[in-house]
Design a protein around this ligand. Sequence first.
Ligand code: MG
Length: 408
Amino acid sequence: MSSAAVLSLPALARAVQNSSTPYQRPKLKITDIRTAEVMVHGLQTHVRVYTDGGLFGEGEATDAAQGTVGVMRMFRRFLVGQDPLNVEALWERLRTTGIFAGAQGGQYITALTGLEIALWDLAGKALGLPVYQLIGGKFRDRVRMYCDSDMEDPMSDEATRKLEWIRTNGFTAMKMDIDEAKDPARFDAVNWTASNGEIDRMVKWVDHIRGAVPKQIDLAVDMHGRYDATTGKRVAIALEPYRLLWLEEPVPPDNIDAMADIRHSTKTPICCGENLYMRWGFRELLEKRAADIIMPDIQKVGGLAEAKKVADLAHTFFVPFAPHCVVSPIGTMASAHVCVAIPNFLVCEWHWINHLDLWRNFVKEGEIIHQGHISVADRPGLGIEMNEEAARKAQVPGSTWFEPNTQS
Ligand code: MG
């Protein structure tokens, strides 16, 4: 029997680490995991992984972030003392040990995502390389962003001002919402079968916006997964003349066959996936050809390496990758590192048009979007640093701010 066969896994990991020379691989141990919560477009949890070497890495999780601080405390018990550079091994260990605790999606995977992003930032800082380099290198230097217009009413003066802002700021794509709970043509407050009046209103909104922005600006339209299958099909067909970039989640993503029916009934490209988790969440969607474009949220799908694996899986179906993104410049830059490192990147979301001051001050680098694009940072790690004074303006009232954990 070989000597390796009698070693336990942790002992084997130690042996591998000890056989590396110091200049090839720094020896670090995780000493603490700390969090801070901010409320901007929903709730974001910022995660910091501290080490005995004095370095820390920073990540951001969103959307399903409520309650992730508690999940992180549970992760911390396993992580303290571990080598932070084995990013994927730590991720897999936490995922597989959590399969009875919700590690299929939701808060558990969202917390794991924020942690994983912080580990990559830390690894980059420890090794002196940008994160995109660690996950395979660059296909492109710049990331094309689309502006979510976040319009209350597309026919209003507010909308006209926003469209002008989107155009003059050099965006080449934008998104609008057409689901409207307060539509007077709705017959029922609960059921989302759209009436003819509602479908006419949706078409009118899209017609107005499509006519108001130059043809070179692509238009995506979101239905937020609220409607039923018959409505989804009718709206997708009614919007065909507008040559949309995509129609987003005409039905909820929970029934892939229903999504596939819509996709196969229309020429309008269907986009789906902001509420799906990890590779397993996207497998059936891709196998059933239910979406033309996928849109994982990189701050909750599982992390940067996981997002890249989802993108690679989609690439085997020749499906492009257009991530959902509603986070601060820290998480957005983390997304940018993935977007430059995959072949099938289409466009990435930006959703802070209603929070411009906070956006521009949230990090020490200031504005990171120029002419509708992000140039991926070339500094070690994510290459971006929080301006805490500005960020704390959005701190969740009563929450703690990267408070050290004293209990083991
Ligand atoms: Mg959406």
